[in-house]
Design a protein around this ligand. Sequence first.
Ligand code: GAL
Length: 436
Amino acid sequence: MLGRTGNRKTAFAAMALSGVLAASAAACGGGDGGDKNSDKSEVEVFSWWTGPGEADGLAALKADFEKKNPGTKFTNAAIAGGSGTQAQAVLASRLQNRKPPDSFQGHAGAELLDYIKAGQIEPLDSFYAENNLKSAYPEQLLQQITYQGKIYSVPVDIHRSNMLWYNPSILKDAGVSGAPKSIADFITALKAVKEKTKKVPLSLGAQWTADHLLENVLLGDLGADAYNALWKPGADWSSPAVTKALTDYTEIIKYTTAEAASTDWQGAAKAVVDGKAAFNIMGDWAYGYFTGTAPNGLGKKLDTDFKYAPSPGTDGTYMWLSDSFTLPKGAPHRGGALAWLKEASSKEGQDLFNPKKGSVPARKDADKTLYKGYLEYAFNEWNKPGVKLAGSFWHGVNASKKWHTDIDTAVGLFLQNKDMAKLQSALVDAAKNDAE
Ligand code: GAL
């Protein structure tokens, strides 16, 4: 399982946030600070899970929570917008104005570190001790939520960002024999779809999905080690290898939809299962959306309506991210928040949530038999000895919020002007300004 292999250890260590996240998660005598109100009458849970699949996962967790906490009113404060684009702005202003929700979704890694350093969330060491949680999570995941020896959040899932979803019939019509295994093959396949079918070669949605595509092309061209190295202080974003990846990115973008920005990730992913687009690169929350039961989910069938593969050039690497829940300082219903964190950290809760969400459990002791189809593959890949790990920059693992925003701004300009040299120089500047 996780942590057994040197490979996995090294990969996680490489991502350990510029050395700021302490490797040791030594309990600190339950020094959880902040307001000790124990109000359990309510809990306001803040996330961006409003779409099919993700909302269904949240609903499953909520139902179990309500069963176990009949006296606590659950308020779902989810704000629409894939990858938290809208939610994070609202959250920032609520935290600034000291009006925090009782618990909010934050990605393990650099994103969480921002909240920790801003003093916005409480350490959870006593909670971990009381609930015997330290041994439930992979040690290396704990490192990603630990700062100066204290643990700050409760991971509920592990998602994979480097996934390619495709429509087998369109590939057949285009004479493409299967999922492309390298970026070069991918470009050839996109060209074939364009020339031989009337379908969209690669569907894209709102701007953030172009950021998501960028991390996939970087990983596909550079490989896990060089990709991971990009997020370390002093990394060379001006290298010819990055130029090559950005040249490929520029080429790939030519095969995407012009009207992309008008839809979020769901619209782009749906185009594949509806037979309108050949390929989509998206995290595995798309699987929850595709296979969830109608009317919310699309009720589609794996292998008939769609197939999956690691995004081109990334087989053997798990580009991971983890949704975790926090205890904000000054949470109005601290008792409710702790009950929610207990639910999110439980084996039962995670096994109800993840099969619907399209993710695998963050805990090590999940019931493997519940993970079918793509999820069985994901479960095996995540737990495979020797699997290489890369952190998703867009989904919070290895870039601070400022770095993330700076890259997004550069990508936004690039989508307008398609100037690859300017994109690279903006990425070089972003790394210089933001890497710690
Ligand atoms: C990610 C998040 C996932 C999923 C996705 C699309 O950032 O970690 O859980 O919600 O955005 O919205």
